[in-house]
Design a protein around this ligand. Structure first.
Ligand code: WTA
Length: 661
């Protein structure tokens, strides 16, 4: 029997031991500060303090930046855990994203720039986008869609994906976007859960040089979706598809039959805008419900302050519309600010690993927003790919999706940003709708790996199991202690699950599921999902810290760390590591990695087992599927039996098994 401290449940996280100390600080450049909306740290702090002291005043004033048909009576009504924002107000999200930019010169600026994988480019000005949205909205109406009816969107990253969202918003039909890489089964389940009667899709989309069969998946899903009456099909690839008479309609035919004038519905502030499904590690996907005014305001303000978006900027976010980032920061936030949103259809390494750099150079992108998983791939592919392109148009970089390892941050800063661009590391979730914790460029000093400080009106804290704030550098649960406008309103059709999942863990607080610590300056450091926290001989370690230590070794491109049950220590640390191109596997390297982690964090975090692998299992949005790695770690042969429906690349599992020499 072990004499070590007992291993308590993974969800009980008081005192995540944090030993990784990142000391570098990057102050905003004088140029950025001079031109920024918020030009000093002092001003941010003052505004944040005032916003918490009187949130209704802050949000009420901010909401005046949106266009309303009727002003609200009350800023917030809070009946925990249910919030209503801007009660009594009426507005329309598509009007905010389109119509209000049609007066004056912005009507002829680019709203959307699309680059297809084959290299084709389409630019839609605000006037043109507005017209397309009105046409699609009228097509939906023609097929019986009324305010309140749900519409599924299952499209590749093409302009119609954004057009479809805004068309739904215009007539008050909540949309539910399903990532077009998801299976027929996933589409069927989500369609039935929200009871949609129309699906907007495409014949296919281009990915790695081939035409994906998108419509075929829809056909398969439709075998089990009795409520769906019509399918509107965008022609993208011109591949052969089955069109069922009376059910399937080409968009290009349908738009010929409707008017290009579509009066927007005046919708209640709390009218549902969309339902977006997120898959947790267990249970059926949750339909995260967002409503109109609060969500739009969250996206609008964070885009303005965190990306410092200007009318003349070209802004490129690499997220697919199937994720919340593709909703908030490809479509709603950018367009409500009158910005130019660039979207790209295909793979980042097609035809070669420099595709994103080529796009930045070709379109003179100023703001680039991507995920750490992508950044680590770029590092792995090598710096030469960047050197071929002029990236000097970039002025701001963003990161989202998981903690960015300090070494990946440094690479992003030096190689992509040329040391002149602030990196805005944005912590948020599908559920929060908009950024919650991130640095204000031009104001907040940056620390590589930290998402820094909360947005205005956001009362974020790190607490222990009793809900008490932890001392500096002591890890705990990341919570939000009061409602905010862009928060989810419920899980669609399951209010009890909403209450239980988000509001029952820490009394009176929204619990986000993440572990974090705050340093002595109050900066937030996300240490990973609470479910992933390791407990080694009574020490609780955040997986992301061990991973960051590994990635800071010059030979390592990517690392994922999981626990394996261990008689003696409670959990043993198992690390799956991907080496940079050209680095050979060796036992010496394993030893040097162990020593490196011991030096960076402490001997307690030294991996007991290191496995080299060519690739890590990830979801389609780039999150490492630790659940699968845990299984592989616990099995000497690397076997995995768990659910793999959200896995991006199935061949990874076979590769994991081949890792050991
Ligand atoms: C993680 C994506 C650290 C976190 C917008 C969160 C992050 C989950 C960051 C939500 C970040 C996202 N630093 N962790 N900057 N951004 N996460 O719903 O665990 O796909 O709870 O929303 O991603 O993922 P989701």
């Amino acid at each position: 029997m072990s004499t070590e401290a007992p291993v308590s449940s993974a969800r009980s996280v008081t005192n995540i031991d944090s030993m990784l100390k990142e000391k570098r600080v990057f102050k905003p450049s004088a140029k950025f500060t001079r031109e920024a909306r918020i030009g000093s740290f002092k001003k941010y702090k003052k505004m944040h303090k005032a916003s918490l002291k009187n949130p209704d005043k802050f949000w009420g004033k901010a909401a005046e930046e949106l266009s309303w048909f009727r002003k609200w009576r009350k800023v917030c009504v809070w009946k925990p855990p249910f919030a209503e924002w801007f009660v009594g107000g009426k507005l329309n999200a598509s009007v905010n994203c389109l119509d209000r930019h049609l007066e004056g010169p912005s009507r002829n600026k680019a709203a959307l720039i699309f680059e297809g994988e084959p290299g084709d480019v389409v630019t839609l000005t605000y006037q043109q986008l507005h017209r397309e949205v009105c046409l699609m909205a009228n097509v939906l109406k023609k097929h019986g869609v009324k305010t309140g009816d749900r519409v599924m969107i299952y499209l590749p990253m093409i302009p119609e994906a954004v057009i479809a969202m805004l068309a739904c918003a215009r007539i008050g039909a909540p949309h539910s976007v399903v990532f077009s890489g998801f299976s027929a089964e996933a589409l069927k389940e989500r369609t039935n859960d929200c009871g949609a009667k129309v699906i907007i899709t495409a014949d296919g989309g281009f990915r790695r040089g081939t035409a994906l069969a998108v419509k075929r998946n829809v056909d398969e899903a439709l075998l089990g979706t009795p409520k769906v009456k019509a399918v509107i099909v965008v022609q993208r690839t011109k591949q052969d598809v089955n069109m069922a008479p009376g059910r399937d309609f080409w968009l290009h035919d349908e738009v010929q039959k409707v008017s290009a004038v579509c009066k927007p519905e005046a919708l209640d502030s709390e009218h549902p805008l969309f339902i977006l499904y997120t898959s947790g590690s267990t249970g059926k996907p949750k339909g995260i419900l967002h409503t109109t005014a609060g969500y739009l305001l969250g996206c609008h303000l964070t885009t303005k302050y965190y990306f410092d978006l200007r009318p003349e900027d070209v802004y490129f976010c690499t997220a697919d519309v199937g994720w919340i980032t593709g909703h908030s920061y490809v479509a709603y936030g950018v367009l409500s600010n009158g910005g130019t949103s660039l979207i790209y259809e295909g793979a980042p390494n097609f035809p070669e690993p420099d595709r994103f750099w080529r796009i930045i150079d070709r379109h003179k992108v100023n703001i680039f927003y991507t995920a750490p998983t992508a950044i680590r791939s770029f590092i792995k592919w090598g710096d030469d790919w960047l050197a071929r392109h002029d990236l000097s148009s970039l002025r701001l970089l963003g990161s989202v999706g998981e903690p960015i390892n300090p070494e990946a941050w440094m690479w992003y800063h030096e190689k992509v940003g040329g040391k002149r661009c602030p990196i805005v590391d944005t912590w948020w979730q599908t559920e929060t709708g908009a950024h919650m914790i991130a640095p204000i460029p031009g104001a907040t000093p940056l620390k590589p790996g930290s998402a820094t400080l909360p947005f205005f009106g956001v009362d974020a804290a790190v607490v222990d199991d009793n809900g008490e704030e932890t001392a500096p550098n002591v890890g705990g649960k990341l919570v939000i202690r009061r409602p905010w406008p862009s928060m989810l309103r419920s899980i669609y059709g399951d209010a009890a699950r909403y209450r239980k999942t988000y509001w029952s863990e820490v009394k009176g607080c929204y619990f986000a599921g993440d572990g974090a610590r705050r340093d002595k300056d109050g900066y937030f450091w996300i240490v990973g999902r609470i479910d992933d926290v390791l407990n080694v001989a009574g020490h609780r370690l955040g997986t992301s810290e061990v991973e960051s230590a590994l990635v800071s070794h010059p030979d390592i491109a990517e690392a994922a760390v999981v626990g394996r049950p261990d008689e003696l220590k409670g959990q043993a640390v198992v690390a799956f590591v991907t080496l940079k191109n050209g680095v050979p596997h060796s036992n010496n390297l394993k030893e040097s990695l162990r020593a490196h982690v011991a030096k960076e964090i402490g001997p307690i975090a030294k991996p007991d087992d290191i496995r080299f692998t060519d690739a890590l299992p990830k979801t389609r949005s780039g999150k490492i599927m630790r659940r699968l790695l845990k299984e592989a770690a616990a099995s000497p042969t690397g076997d995995i039996k768990g659910d793999i429906t959200t896995l991006e690349d199935l061949t990874v599992l076979a590769k994991l098994k081949q890792t050991e020499e």
